[in-house]
Design a protein around this ligand. Structure first.
Ligand code: NAP
Length: 267
């Protein structure tokens, strides 16, 4: 019998995992997207798009679908779905693994200004108008409306209408992965003085951090939101939830789970 796996995605790792499982006859996997990206390049694997309707909706989806495993490979800043996943997995009794990528670490040549959230990031830009490269996506731009004096170059996957409260903003619509040489050229061409980035730890977008290091530019680095306690392996949390740092470790977790199920089934 196929071992059904629900992958919460919206990341390069989610897609990669789904592609790997699609070639493994032991698993029957479904990749889930929130539906935030209008220009989603449809993956060549079974997938679905849209929210589940909170914790209860996700728990029901897991139970009705007969999923044997839930894999949270969402972005580290997608805190709500990760919290929902922990709770829904607990309700449904579905084993859960959470991929929590390592954060980027500041190197001696980096000039980071570490901040807790977007509001603090906007304040960290200072009062003097500056040319800022903003790579935080589209959903949290509102925080920068408190600092409209800056010239923002906003890079996002989808094109969208810029808020009128940011009169000096321009949009650059592009999808990673990006390369260091291209990032250096962009920063120099645009006369960028400062970058704002989330500490996502994503390899595909690290080139801008390397480029800033090479050009000696400061980076306002927004720290990750707190994850649900049990996704952090808290002893009080859901016993079947496990946190891993790499895709290979997530796969190993799945293989072990499948193996345990097979021996119970006498396969
Ligand atoms: P969020 O705030 O944690 O989640 C908001 C709601 O979106 C969830 O409650 C859920 O709706 C739905 N949702 C989120 N991820 C989903 C998924 N993979 N499949 C089905 N429904 C999902 O999430 P977010 O920060 O808006 O991010 C949305 C998606 O974009 C995530 O999948 C994430 O991996 C990806 N992403 C986020 C960022 C970022 O910076 N936040 C960056 C790159 C990619 P219901 O409650 O209705 O189930």
């Amino acid at each position: 019998m196929a071992f059904k796996v629900l992958i919460l995605g919206g990341t390069a790792e989610g897609r990669l995992l789904a592609e790997r499982l699609a070639h493994d006859a032991r698993f029957d996997s479904l990749l889930s997207y929130a539906g935030r990206t209008a220009s989603l390049a449809p993956p060549d694997v079974p997938h679905r798009v849209g929210g589940f309707g909170g914790v209860a909706g996700l728990a029901e989806f897991l139970q009705r679908g007969g999923f044997a495993a839930l894999m949270d490979l969402t972005h580290p800043f997608a805190a709500r779905i990760s919290a929902n996943a922990v709770e829904a997995a607990r309700i449904a009794g579905t084993p859960l693994v959470v991929l929590e990528r390592a954060t980027w670490q500041q190197l001696p040549a980096d000039r980071w200004i570490e901040v807790a959230d977007m509001a603090e990031a906007a304040r960290a830009l200072g009062s003097e108008p500056r040319r800022v490269f903003l790579t935080i996506g589209r959903l949290e731009l509102q925080a920068f409306e408190a600092a409209p004096q800056h010239q923002y170059l906003i890079r996002a996957v989808d094109a969208f209408a810029l808020p009128s409260a940011l009169p000096r903003a321009r949009l650059l619509s592009a999808r990673g992965p990006f390369q260091v040489a291209g990032e250096c050229a962009l920063l120099e061409r645009e006369g960028i003085e400062l970058l704002v980035s989330k500490n996502s730890g994503t390899p595909a977008t690290y080139a801008k951090i390397e480029a800033a290091r090479l050009l000696r530019l400061p980076v306002v680095m927004v720290q990750r939101p707190p994850m649900p306690a049990c996704a952090r392996g808290d002893a009080r949390g859901f016993a079947q939830a496990q946190r891993v740092q790499t895709l290979d470790a997530a796969l190993a977790w799945l293989e072990t789970l499948h193996g345990a199920g097979s021996s119970r089934r006498g396969e």
